[in-house]
Every structure is written in C-alpha cells, then in structure tokens.
Design a protein around this ligand. Structure first.
Ligand code: TYD
Length: 340
C-alpha cells in the first residue's frame, strides 16, 4: 500500500514509519511540520530508503496536503500529526485546537477528495476523561477535560462524521499512555529517566497516586498497522497495554533500574484538572486478532537503558527551547514543593 504517515518524525510516527518500511510491501511518505518535538534523527536508519519520502509540511496547509496525496497517489493515511502534551495545552491551548482539530479536518477532507481507501486517526484514551472505576469501551460518551484531550476528541468526532456522512472509510485507534525510545523528554517517563540520570529532582504531581495504563510504542504501532489493514471502516478501537500502575510506583521502578535514590522524587503542586485514572476495555481489538506483547517491566527496563545509552539523542533537546519550558512549568513548583 502507498501510505502517508503524518507526524512521522515524532515519537509514535517515527516508530510507525520504520515498522511499515520493514515490510517491503509498502511505500511511505512522511509529512511532518518539524515542530519542537519532531526529530529527523529518529529516522536516521531509513534515510535514503528507496520506498520512503520525506516532505516538510503542515497538515493545516491544504495546498501541501492535496499535492502530497496526488503526487504520491496515496492509498492509506495514518494521522499521527498532533500536539500531544497536556501541560503544554494548559500553557498554549490555541495550537492544540489548530493542529488536532483544524489540521485533522484539512487532512480528512483532502484525503476524501483524493479518493484515499483507508484513513486512520491516531487518538488517545484521554478523550474518555478521568475514569475513577471500571474501564471505557468504544461506545462510551467522550468527556475530555484538558485542552489537549478536548482537541483530540474534536478530531475524533470529525473523523467519525466522515463515515456517517460520506461513507469515507475511517478508523480511530485510542491508545493508552505510550512509552519507549525516542519520546520527547517532556513526558513523564523520559522526563523522569533523563532527570534521574543527571541527579535532578523528579517533579511528581500531587500525591503521585494517579493511575495510567502503559503501552509500549512498538505494541501501539503494531496495533495501528493491524487496524489499518484489518479494522472495519467507521469503527473505533481501544489499544491498551494492560499495565495499570500508579505514577509513584513507576517513578520508583525507574530509579531502581538506574540505581538512583528515591529521595530524587519531589512531590510538587498538581497539574490543574489532572485526570486521576485512565482505563480502557480493549476486547474489541482482541476480537480482530491483536493483543500487546511487551510486558511492562521489560519495556520500562529497555526504555531506561535506551535513554542511559543515548544521551546524545536527548541532551541537545534538553538544552534548547526545553529549558525555558521547564523553568516556566516546574521552576516555582520545585521551589515550593507540594504545598505551593
Ligand atoms: P504524561 O506523560 O504527561 O501523560 P498524560 O498526562 O497524558 O497521561 O503524564 C503521565 C502521568 O504522570 C500523569 O498522571 C501526570 C504525571 N506527571 C507527573 O507527575 N509529573 C510530571 O512532570 C509529568 C510530565 C507527568
């Protein structure tokens, strides 16, 4: 299949591009705006691959999107392009509405006009909101609570409306918290690992008892590919790792792997509107033949090792724009502690 992956220089996108190219059956075009969290170093191993093309461009740019779809005669689209970090969405909500809602709308409409055969929207369990007990099924009402999750929910609804309205063959995957190599170090796991390597404090929000279900990025990409080829048009598929853990427990585990003291954990003022728990029922995806394969302890250990061995990947990131962001988000918090 001729596949367009948007956001292919980002975390999930770059793993997906590499995975799709590992089978000689596909050609891949990667359309990426190369904003702050994108990194072409994530794709170094496939540079020059005969079945791969990179185009720098924004999914909000109708002209670029329609030209890429036509020039490369794209048959399948996987939309990984998104603003993804909750804390940034609290600081700058507008960029989330722009990329995750408007950009998704532009891509969707151009794909429909170009006669694309399969369109897969990569989404998140956060659209269901905080789930205190039980687990979300695909039929549950969406109840997003942050500008990030609200923007993703808007994108999902737009995508699904194209099935109802035009019978345009769309699918949505809602992944749980994804982790692994190449994740920008603003997210919980890579932030804590890289801080711990440098003996810096780990800013744990609130009481640290929030719960997330952790999914290895390799497993998520396998699920996305499975849904692209075997999913039913118009359907949503929850993708979880089956690894629900408290943040505090995960933080302690990472420190154990690095042989660093637990005293690095610093309880700090909570994130506003912090969702307490996410949990999904993933039986629908199991019924079409996919389940996760990477046990959390192994995946987390391998991820910690990757960051320990690849300081040349993340040190330049943490010394650039990231510094200002870190100061803005954590400066006061770390000075004041949890009572601040
Ligand atoms: P994150 O990686 O931001 O993912 P999400 O909020 O989308 O689930 O955070 C995962 C969990 O870790 C979440 O409960 C918030 C918490 N967290 C901290 O306690 N401190 C931090 O500095 C960050 C980034 C996250």
């Amino acid at each position: 299949m001729r596949i367009l992956v948007t956001g292919g220089a980002g975390f999930i996108g770059s793993h997906l591009v590499r995975r799709l190219l590992s089978s000689s059956q596909h050609t891949v075009v990667n359309l990426d705006a190369l904003r702050y969290s994108a990194n072409l170093a994530n794709l170094a191993t496939i540079e020059g691959h005969p079945q791969y093309t990179f185009v720098q461009g924004d999914i909000c740019d109708q002209h670029v999107v329609s030209s890429v779809l036509q020039v490369h005669q794209v048959e399948g689209v996987i939309n990984c392009a998104a603003e993804t970090h909750v804390d940034r969405s609290i600081l700058d909500p507008g960029s989330f509405a722009r990329t995750d809602v408007v950009g998704t709308g532009v891509l969707l409409e151009e794909a429909r006009r170009a006669g694309v055969q399969r369109f897969l929207q990569v989404s998140t369990d956060e659209v269901y909101g905080s789930v205190e007990t039980g687990s979300s099924t695909e039929e549950d009402q969406l109840a997003p609570r942050s500008p990030y999750s609200a923007s993703k929910a808007g994108g999902d609804l737009l995508v699904l409306s194209y099935w109802t309205t035009y019978r345009f063959p769309v699918m949505v995957t809602r992944g749980s918290n994804t982790y692994g190599p190449n994740q920008y170090p603003e997210k919980f796991i890579p932030l804590f690992v890289t801080n711990a390597i440098d003996d810096q404090p780990l800013p744990l929000y609130g009481d640290g008892r929030q719960r997330r279900d952790w999914l290895a990025v390799q497993d998520y990409c396998a699920a996305i590919a499975h849904v692209l080829f075997h999913g039913e048009p118009g359907q949503v598929y929850n993708v979880g790792g089956g690894n629900e853990r408290e943040n505090l427990v995960v933080a302690q585990q990472m420190l154990d792997y690095l042989e660093k003291p637990k005293s690095l954990i610093r309880f700090v003022q909570d994130r506003p509107g912090h969702d307490r728990r996410y949990a999904m029922d993933c039986s629908k995806l199991r019924r079409i033949g996919w389940q996760p394969s990477i046990p959390f302890e192994q995946g987390l250990h391998d991820t910690v090792e990757w960051y320990r061995l690849n300081t040349s990947w993340w040190r330049p990131i943490k010394s650039g724009e990231f510094r200002e962001y870190y100061k803005q988000l954590y400066g006061k918090r770390l000075k004041e502690g949890v009572t601040g």
